[in-house]
Every structure is written in C-alpha cells, then in structure tokens.
Design a protein around this ligand. Structure first.
Ligand code: NAD
Ligand code: DAU
Length: 338
C-alpha cells in the first residue's frame, strides 16, 4: 500500500484526481489536506468520503506543524493546493504569494525532512507567458519563463523552488505544466462552467475584450491520467508539459459551442471589459510526455465539452450553492456591466 498526501484535494482537479486514483489503485491510501477556501468543496468527494483508504484533513499547507505531522509515513506528495484564479490574483496578489509560494516551501521542507519518495508539483502553462495569435510556436519544457499575472508569477516561483530542492538537496521531484482544464466539479468562476451555468440560468455570459483569446483545453480526466503516468514512470527532476487535443479555438467560439449544445440563442453573449494583462494565447507541445510515457488525450475537445455541459445540466444541486452567497458579491464586483 502506498500512502499519498494530496494537497488541495477538495478543489476541481484535486478531487477528480482522488476519485480517479482510488478507483484505479484501491489498495492505496490518500490523505487529503485542504483548507476549504471558497474553492474547496467537500461535495466533490462524496464518492470517496466513506472509503476507509481516504482521510480528509482540514488545514493550511502553510501551517508547518500540521504539515510535518501529516508527512509521517507518506510515500508520495501530489501538490495541487493553490489560489488558482487569475482574476482574483489581480484583486488580491498577496494571498497568492502566501498560499502558493510560502505554502509550497513549507511542504517541500517537511517532505525533504521525511525523505518522501516523490513530490509531484502541479504547475501551469501560464508560467511561459503569452503567444501572439499568429504565432505557430507552442510552449514546451524548454520555453523560457515569462509569467505576466500575479497568479502566473506565484506559480513560476514555485517551479523554481521545487527544482531548487532537487538540485540543492537531491530531493526527488517531478513537475507538470498543464493547460486549461475543464470538466466536472470546476468552480463556476472559470470560463467554461461560468458560461454553462449562466446559460442554464438564462443569464448573460461575459466574454472579455474581443473574445479572440485562445487557450489549450485539457479534459480533467486526461490530466489525471498524465499525473498517474508521471508518478509511476516519470523521471526524477523532470518537467512534463500536458495539453489538450484542441484545434486553435477562441473564447467566443467556445461560448458559441456551449450555446449550440444547450440550444440557446447567441444574444446571451455579453462582451465586457478586458482582463488587465490578458494573455492572448496558450498552446502546448506535449510531445515529451507522449514519447516518453505514452500519454495522449482520449478524446477531442467537442466530445469532452458535450460531456461537461451535460454534467452541469444534471448537477445543478452542486453548482447552484456555489453561485449564491460569497460568490454573488465577487461576481457583482468583477462584472459591473452585467
Ligand atoms: P481550485 O481553485 O479548484 O482548488 C484549489 C484547492 O486548494 C481548493 O480546494 C482550496 O480549498 C485549496 N487551498 C487553497 N489554499 C489552500 C491552503 N493554504 N492550504 C490548503 N489548501 C488550500 O484549483 P484547481 O483548478 O483544481 O487547480 C489545482 C492546481 O492545478 C493549482 O495548483 C493550479 O495552479 C493548477 N492548475 C490548474 C489549471 C486549471 O485549468 N484549473 C491548469 C493548470 C494548473
Ligand atoms: O492555463 C492554465 C490556467 O488556466 C490555470 O493555471 C489557471 O489556474 C486556470 O484558472 C486557467 O486560467 P485562465 O485565466 O486561462 O482561465 P479562465 O477560465 O479564468 O479564463 C479562460 C479564458 O476565458 C481567458 O482568456 C479569460 C476568458 N474569460 C474568463 C472569464 C472568467 C472570459 O472571457 N470571461 C470570463 O468571465
């Protein structure tokens, strides 16, 4: 039995990962350390909450004492916990530095002390900056760092810290830099779930700027399989870029696809003020993980998008709670034109 400490496992990707892992490796034990910020949600984990091989601990990754006590007997750490929303990092950058940078250092220190076998850090393609729309290049493991939002800068700092622990102390790390995930249990502050749920509620869908920004979309289950392969067979000290099977598709086209799936009218789209410093385009070259570990996405974007839209349609109980209360206030401030 392997014992894995997952951080941020009540968030979007972390909860999908825990469900995936316990299904595939029922003999392993997972400890989930999560602070349950606005983005953490125990509803995501109903499927595993009574599993004897799963333990939830509410706490902060920056709490050194707690983290030390949890590291005892751990084989792997899979570190997802972070403040993850770019728009919120523009409003409150200090929180992103505290959680993402300081929190990661606290985890690294405790993991080093306890000589764990592998520390996998979940990073982002945003550390590489922005591509121009007409640029054919893609981000790869060799792309120089050029983060442009406080969120991206905090993640870049973590990538450097994680690698520094490997170079300096010989600590066994791997890193993955992945593109925009989508799928079940994603908070409705992010573009795809916001668009789906607003349309289901007959509310306008805010699209920033001219709507031509491009992201590289990765279905969350494909991402979980990539992490699995890296944990099982990835080389210590290495970084792997993980992306989706998307043709170049811009935000406006995505929203229009969702509108078509839900058989609504495009008049529901509302062009709003652009995000400050809005990165124009991300595109990922995932040939390294494909060639070395045999990973590739299972389906193309349209198949996964339809599956995602239906999940939100079927699970209104899950997201309607998230769109009330605290989120309403954030939404009104973030989208004053709506
Ligand atoms: P999320 O915002 O949905 O979840 C983050 C989780 O971390 C929440 O459960 C939250 O409660 C927890 N958390 C926050 N601060 C904490 C703290 N101080 N201590 C303990 N737990 C804390 O994020 P996500 O979309 O699931 O992203 C997970 C990771 O993947 C993040 O590191 C993010 O930077 C990275 N990532 C995300 C995407 C994406 O498209 N969602 C893409 C690339 C990389
Ligand atoms: O690329 C990986 C990153 O993807 C992750 O590291 C981040 O954690 C994750 O949040 C995501 O960042 P983005 O900023 O790309 O995701 P978001 O869903 O916020 O926005 C996607 C695109 O849609 C982006 O171009 C901004 C735009 N957008 C977003 C929102 C919330 C809109 O046009 N309207 C909106 O209301």
């Amino acid at each position: 039995m392997r014992k894995i400490l997952v951080t941020g496992g009540a968030g979007f990707i972390g909860s999908n990962f825990i469900i995936y892992w316990l299904k595939k490796y029922p003999g392993d034990f997972i400890v989930n350390l999560d602070k349950l910020t606005y983005a953490g949600n125990k509803d995501n984990l109903k499927e595993v909450e009574n599993n004897p091989n799963y333990r939830f601990v509410k706490g902060d990754i920056a709490d050194g004492k707690l983290v030390e006590s949890l590291m005892e007997g751990i084989d792997y750490v899979v570190h997802f916990a972070a403040e993850s929303h770019v728009d919120r990092s523009i409003i409150e950058p200090a929180l992103f530095i505290r959680t993402n940078v300081l929190g990661t250092q606290v985890l690294l220190e405790a993991a080093l002390k306890h000589k764990i076998k592998k520390f996998h850090y979940i990073s982002t393609d945003e550390v590489f900056g922005s591509l121009a729309l007409d640029q054919q290049d893609k981000f790869s493991e060799n792309t120089p760092y050029n983060p442009r939002s406080p969120y991206a800068a905090s993640k870049a700092a973590c990538d450097h810290l994680v690698r520094a622990y490997n170079y300096t102390y010989g600590f066994p790390i791997t890193i993955s830099n992945c593109s925009n995930n989508f799928g079940p249990f994603q908070h409705p502050e992010k573009l795809i779930p916001l668009a789906i749920t607003n349309i289901l509620e007959n509310k306008e869908v805010p699209v920033y700027g001219d709507g031509l920004n491009v992201r590289d979309w990765l279905f969350v289950e494909d991402h979980c399989r990539a992490i699995d392969l890296i944990l099982e067979s990835g080389k210590i000290g290495e970084t792997y870029c993980v992306g989706g099977l998307t043709e170049e598709i811009n935000n406006l086209q995505i929203v229009k696809k969702i509108i078509r799936i839900l058989k609504k009218d495009e008049s529901i789209i509302r062009m709003v003020k652009d995000r400050p410093g809005h990165d124009r385009k991300y595109a990922i070259d995932w040939s390294k993980i494909h060639q070395e570990l045999g990973w590739q996405p299972i389906n193309g974007f349209d198949v996964w998008l339809e599956k995602t839209v239906f999940w939100y349609k079927e699970n209104q109980w899950w997201w309607s709670k998230l769109k009330s209360g605290q989120f309403k206030k954030y939404y009104e401030e973030q989208y004053p034109d709506l």
